[in-house]
Design a protein around this ligand. Structure first.
Ligand SMILES: Cc1cc2nc3c(=O)[nH]c(=O)nc-3n(C[C@H](O)[C@H](O)[C@H](O)COP(=O)(O)O)c2cc1C
Length: 194
């Protein structure tokens, strides 16, 4: 199996809460799937581009960055996404990546009746997120980070979606460490089933 790990926090790994969760997940995953190949895509290091006019025009002609990125995305069987919540949603760079891979004819198509059909079928995704604060109901209704990824991945055909979100990571460092350690087993369990 080919696994793509998409990292959306700009922080160095040892300072990033969302990466720390992903690291624990990947360590457990590799233990259980030693033959699988996990490739890391650090969006900030790789400098993910935003879709501009030129990129868009190229895509209408079936060439360019959108086609290349979407085709590359489709080579994988499983996706691990780590992301912080930013302004109730995901960092713009992760949205920019989604814009590059959501491409008609590669990750989705329209039926004759104009109904969208996802083409990334049979694949799996796990979203590992962190949030500075807490979002119990009804605040959960305004938390769009994981929900956006869940539904855009469903749009491209990926129905097998799991998530884990660590909240309150911006409380005191001691509490955050405790909070992380309290939840480590949940993350590992998720990794064993992925
Ligand atoms: C630009 C920015 C916007 C943020 N917006 C939110 C927010 O809307 N809600 C929230 O709970 N935390 C927010 N935070 C806090 C981050 O979610 C928190 O620091 C993050 O989960 C840490 O993840 P990281 O260390 O992997 O970057 C924001 C942080 C930044 C830098």
């Amino acid at each position: 199996m080919k696994v793509l790990y998409i990292k959306a926090s700009p922080k160095p790994k040892d300072e990033s809460a969302s990466h720390r969760i992903a690291e624990a997940f990947i360590e457990e995953y590799k233990k259980n799937n030693p033959k699988d190949e996990v490739t890391e895509l650090n969006l900030h290091d790789e400098g993910c581009q935003y879709v501009d006019y030129e990129i868009l025009c190229d895509s209408f002609e079936g060439k360019g960055l959108m086609m290349e990125t979407a085709n590359k995305f489709m080579e994988y069987d499983k996706y691990i996404i780590s992301s912080p919540m930013w302004n109730l949603s995901i960092p713009a760079i992760l949205k920019a990546y989604i814009d590059l891979i959501t491409v008609k004819g590669i990750t989705f198509k329209y039926s004759k009746l104009g109904i969208p059909i996802g083409l990334a079928k049979g694949k799996k995704t796990v979203y590992l997120g962190s949030r500075g604060g807490g979002y119990p109901f009804p605040l959960s209704l305004i938390a769009f980070d994981m929900r956006y990824i869940k539904y855009i991945f469903r749009f491209i055909g990926i129905k097998n979606f799991k998530s884990f979100i660590l909240e309150n990571v911006d409380k005191s460092p001691e509490k955050t460490k405790q909070n992380f350690e309290n939840n480590l087993e949940k993350v590992r369990k998720l990794a064993r089933k992925f």
